[in-house]
Design a protein around this ligand. Structure first.
Ligand code: PGA
Length: 251
């Protein structure tokens, strides 16, 4: 019922030429992937060119962030409307690196989600606890605050344009993956929380991705968990071989 999504977050890597080359290399490797939605998130400057290169494939394009205003005197910002114009259908919102280094808060996440949905795009909303928070048994309260704050005021219809990504900060780029059990426990908590805030049918339909050192050799185990509906992949998405192996986890 919930179609899995495998999304590659390219972060601040790859020139336009390298990004186009990677998507061209990926196309034949993922064309036979079964029952999965495929997304890549290049840097802003590559979006339009990567989107053109991916047109004849199943690969969809995401931006890594956006601003919430459509246009105006906001030097340096990019709106969801312009991301759509560049070929995006998804926008990653509230990645932990944005929260950590760029002052992203649950309030700005909320504004961005609203803007993304208003532009007709899907938001991939990231949440996750730090190591200190996990070690002091605050994981669930941190996740609850991020979800409540990020999704506040949204109509339940909006949830069909939202994908949640659970990314424990201690697992991002560290090679330390959450165990299948640790991830499933939080995914199940998030789904119950969505049921409480909205309703059971919305919670049953929303896709919750896991992110944090997902690799070809751990994706299958993670995907076997009942509440894990896909992956947000950083490091392993930068090479066609490893990303396509993750995308084809079901084959
Ligand atoms: P990683 O990054 O796969 O390199 O841990 C995941 C992410 O930051 O989305």
């Amino acid at each position: 019922m919930r179609k899995p999504v495998i999304a590659g977050n390219w972060k601040l890597f790859k020139s336009i030429g390298e990004a186009v080359a990677l998507v061209n290399e990926l196309k034949p490797l993922v064309s036979g992937a079964q029952g999965v939605e495929i997304v890549v998130a290049p840097v802003f400057t590559s979006l339009s060119r990567v989107s053109d290169a991916a047109k004849d494939s199943r690969i969809k394009i995401a931006a890594q962030d956006c601003y919430w205003e459509e246009e105006g005197a906001f030097t340096g910002e990019v709106s969801p409307k312009l991301l759509k114009d560049a070929g995006c259908s998804y926008v990653i919102i509230g990645h932990s690196e944005r929260r950590q280094f760029f002052g992203e808060t649950d309030a700005t996440v909320n504004k961005k989600i609203n803007a993304v949905i208003a532009a007709g795009l899907t938001a991939i909303v990231c949440v996750g606890e730090s190591l200190a928070e996990r070690e002091s048994a605050q994981t669930f309260s941190v996740i609850e605050t991020q979800i409540q704050g990020g999704l506040t005021g949204l109509a339940k219809e909006a949830l069909s344009h939202i994908i949640i990504a659970y990314e424990p900060v201690w697992a991002i780029g560290t090679g330390k993956t959450a165990s299948e059990g640790q991830a499933q426990e939080v995914h199940s908590f998030i789904r119950q929380l969505i049921a409480r805030i909205f309703d059971q049918s919305v919670a049953g339909a929303v896709r919750i991705l896991y992110g944090g050192s997902v690799k070809p050799d751990n994706v299958k185990g993670l995907m076997s968990q009942p509440d894990i509906d896909g992956a947000l992949v950083g490091g392993a998405s930068l090479k066609a071989e490893s990303f396509s192996a993750i995308v084809c986890f079901n084959n």
